[in-house]
Ligand binder design. Sequence first.
Ligand code: GAP
Length: 492
Amino acid sequence: MAKITKLDDIVSLCKRRGFIFQSSEIYGGLASCYDYGPLGVELKNNVKKAWWKSVVQMRDDVVGIDCSILMHPMVWKSSGHADKFADLIAECKKCNTRTRVDHLQENAAEQTDEHTEHIAIDAAMSQAQDLNNKVCPACGTVGQFTEPMPFKLMFETKMGANIDDSMTIQLRPETAQGIFANFRNVLDTTRVKIPFGIAQIGKSFRNEVTTKAFIFRTREFEQAELEFFCEPGTDEGWFEHWKQARFNWYINLGMKKENLRFREHDPDELAHYAKGCVDVEYKFPFGSGDWQELEGIANRTDYDLRQHQRGIRTLNKWYENNRDLSKIQLADEAGDYNKGPLSYFDETKKVRYIPYVIEPSAGIDRSALAYLVDAYDEEEVRGETRNLLRFHPALAPVKAAIFPLVKKEGMPEVALNIYNELKKYFNCFYDEKGAVGRRYRRQDEAGTPFCVTVDGQTLEDNTVTVRDRDSMEQVRLPTDKILTYLREKLDL
Ligand code: GAP
C-alpha cells in the first residue's frame, strides 16, 4: 500500500538534508520566514528555470521583465491594493488572538475552508454576519469575538533621508503591478504585438494573518506571474489556453495527476474586476480538505490598465495632498481612457483599445513544496527503510553524484576526473566518505537521479557503474560514454 506522506516527514527531511531552514534560527527563529539551504536553493532555482522555460523561452509571444520591489505609492492606489488589500479579522475577547473571519470554524469538528488566499473584502463581510457559533482556533472559546475589522496586508517602510522628500512606501504584495506599469515601455521597445504576454518572477510580501504549513503561506514569498494581453472578445479563448498550459506544466514536471485538480471560483469569491478565475489545486498532506491552491488563473479584463490610466491622471492630486493616498480619489471611472498611454493601437484593424489580461499567477515556494511532497517516498529495501525524492530530472538539485568505491588504489583520482568533466554541464556532487551503500542512500534522499561509481574494474577496463535512483538498477558504461548517457537521460 502506498505510504501517506505527512508534512512532518517533509519538514524533517528538509531540515536534515539542508533544503529549508527556519529564518534566524540561531535567535529562536522568525515566524513564517524560511531560508533555502544548499539543496533547497537548487530546487527553487530549478522550479523557476522550468517555469521560465515553459512560459517565456519556449514561446514567441511572451517576454520577460524584472521590476523593483519598491514602487511609486500611486501604483497601489490605482491597483486598489492601498484601499482594499486587507483581510477581515476578528479578535477573540478571551485570548486576544486575531483570526481571519473566513477561516473561523463553526465547531471543532467542522473543516476549515483554508484554500482561499484573499477573498474580496466585500465577500468576507457577508461571511462575517454571524460569529456567535464560531470557535476561536487558539483557545476554543465559542462566539466571543470583537466586531470584524479590516487588517491591511501591505508591509510599509520609509524611503529617503531628507525630511522633505522622504515618504512611506509599500513592499509589493504581487509582482503583477510592475508588469502593468511597464506595459508602455515594453510596447515601445520591443516588437511585441497583441496577443502577447509579459512574465516576471520575484519576491512579494504580505503581512498574512494566518501563516501556515511550513512554506505554504509565508509573509515573504516568491511569485511567478504572467500578464497575457489580448483583444477584448478573445479573452475567454486565451483563458482556456492558459488554464491547460499551466496544468500541463505541473504534470510534465512529474507531478501525479491524481494530486492535481481545477477549482472554479464561486461568484462571491471573485475579485470585483475578475470575469473568471480558476485555481490549480494540489492535494497537500495538511489542512482540512487537503486540496489547497497552488496557482490562480484569472481573467482580469481591462481593469488594471484602465485603473493605471486613471491613476496617471490623478498624480497631481497626490502632490497637492502632500502624498497622502487616503486623501485622494482616482480620476473619474467613466472617463475616456481608451486613448491613454496604456491603450493599444492595432495597426492592421486600425482600432485602439485597452487590452484584456489573462493572468496565471503561481507561487514558487508553494510549487517547490508541492514538488517535494509529490516526490517524497519511502520503501523497504532488504529490511531497511529507503527515503527518497523521486524528482523529475529537471528539478533535481544535483543531477549526478560521483563516487570512488574506496578511497585508495587510484580510484579517487579517476572519480575526480569524471566529476570535474561532468560538472561543466550540470550540478554534480563528489563523495568519497563512508560505505558506498550509505552514500547511495544519502543521494536518494537528496533526489539525485544518478550515481556514478568508480571501482576496481574501472582501473582495468575504464568502465564505471551508473545507478538509477528510482529502480536502483546499475549499468556498466565506458567512462567516455557517461556524459552522453546522462545528458540523454536527464534531457539536458
Ligand atoms: N496577482 C494575483 C495574485 O497575486 P494570489 O492568488 O493572491 O494572486 C498567487 O497569489 C499565488 O501566489 C498563489 O496561488 C500562491 O501560490 C502564491 N501566494 C500567495 N500568497 C502567498 C503566501 N502568503 N505565501 C506563499 N505563497 C503565496
